[in-house]
Design a protein around this ligand. Structure first.
Ligand code: HEC
Length: 101
């Protein structure tokens, strides 16, 4: 009886691990992984630097001048080159072709 209990606990333990592993794989698949083939440099910068505190906001949600303000506000640690590349994606690229990757 004791053994059975241990087996059941072990099964749940491993099932739990797999669930966590799976969700991490899925998360990294859609947010933090660079995805070199489909993402532009600005887009991968954006998803790498700006998704730690909140979901990624679609480029269409804000105008260019608003994005400039937000990238300055939240991207204080970024180099000016990184900010430029990111803004390029958020403003021009984002407004012309929305979710077209
Ligand atoms: C340290 C945590 C943190 C990081 C990193 C961060 N943000 Fe934010 N961001 C916040 C918080 C907190 C709010 C909500 C502020 C509020 O609602 O007043 C916010 C709000 C925003 C908003 C406005 C909310 C909306 O609905 O439109 C934009 C745009 C935004 N962030 C862009 C960015 C960009 C771009 C980056 C990367 C350069 C970034 N954030 C990185 C914490 C962060």
């Amino acid at each position: 009886m004791k053994l059975l209990k241990q087996v059941i606990i072990a099964v749940f333990f491993f099932a739990g691990c797999f669930a966590v592993l799976q969700s991490q794989l899925m998360l990294s698949g859609c947010s933090t992984s660079p995805g070199y083939s489909t993402m532009s440099p600005g887009q991968s910068l954006y998803s790498a630097k700006c998704s730690s505190c909140h979901r990624l906001i679609e480029p269409q949600a804000h105008s260019s001048s608003e994005w400039k303000y937000y990238v300055d506000k939240y991207g204080k640690k970024l180099s000016s080159e990184d900010k430029r590349v990111m803004l390029e994606y958020l403003t021009e690229g984002g407004q012309q072709r929305s979710n077209n990757n």
